[in-house]
Design a protein around this ligand. Structure first.
Ligand SMILES: Cc1cc2nc3c(=O)[nH]c(=O)nc-3n(C[C@H](O)[C@H](O)[C@H](O)COP(=O)(O)O)c2cc1C
Length: 187
């Protein structure tokens, strides 16, 4: 196990609508190996890529995607840390703008305000990544203390339409390592 300050703490894993999301169970396995209680929160589009029953069985928690109705109880424990992976262009730019129109975004926006340790792995194709708003959003979130694992040293961007051929390149263990580095510094 990599050094984790505290076991059985709660990790929220926020998943967005990218093809690599189909492999998010790998990150769940690594986190559970390290003693985290894992709750997966998917964007509504992310659900298309997930085996939702399998993730619920793996984590022991429902995969939530929608805000609860007024008066309903919370079904998930509160998070100690948040990883967003994969983080789409859509979610990254809205997160930086403070838009909270999905449960996933609500938790990400709130997490910045709470000062939670947060790590994100933005993932997209080379064309979408060139939109100026995306790069600006990555930098803004970095400036607000979110660890953004993004750049040529993390992942090589692929051409549009080829994501299915690059599924195995996603660095699923990297956000956990980055989180542990943060927790070690902050505690
Ligand atoms: C097959 C498929 C793969 C996609 N892959 C990505 C991706 O890797 N990165 C990305 O930013 N958007 C990707 N998209 C587009 C997002 O799903 C779309 O922008 C969606 O609105 C994102 O919503 P979310 O940010 O709430 O998850 C993909 C769409 C499809 C249909």
């Amino acid at each position: 196990m990599i050094g984790v300050p505290g076991r059985n703490r709660v990790l929220y894993l926020v998943v967005c609508g990218a093809a690599v999301a189909s492999n998010v169970g790998r990150l769940v396995s690594f986190a559970r190996r390290d003693g985290w209680q894992v709750c997966v929160v998917s964007s509504p589009d992310g659900r298309k890529f997930l085996d939702v029953p399998a993730i619920a069985a793996q984590t022991g928690h429902p995969v939530r995607s929608f805000f609860k109705n007024p008066g309903e109880p919370d079904v998930l424990p509160a998070p100690d840390a948040v990883i967003c992976a994969p983080a789409t262009v859509n979610t990254v730019t809205k997160w930086a703008a403070g838009i909270a129109d999905t449960l996933a975004l609500g938790l990400l926006v709130e997490g910045v305000g709470l000062g939670l340790p947060m790590v994100a792995v933005p993932y997209t194709n080379a064309a979408m990544a060139r939109h100026p708003a995306f790069g600006e959003a990555v930098e803004r979130l970095r400036g607000w203390g979110v660890t953004m694992l993004y750049g040529e040293d993390v992942l090589t961007l692929h051409p549009p339409g080829s994501s299915d051929r690059h599924l195995d390149e996603f660095p699923w263990e990297l956000p956990l390592r980055a989180l542990y580095a943060r927790l070690t510094v902050e505690h």
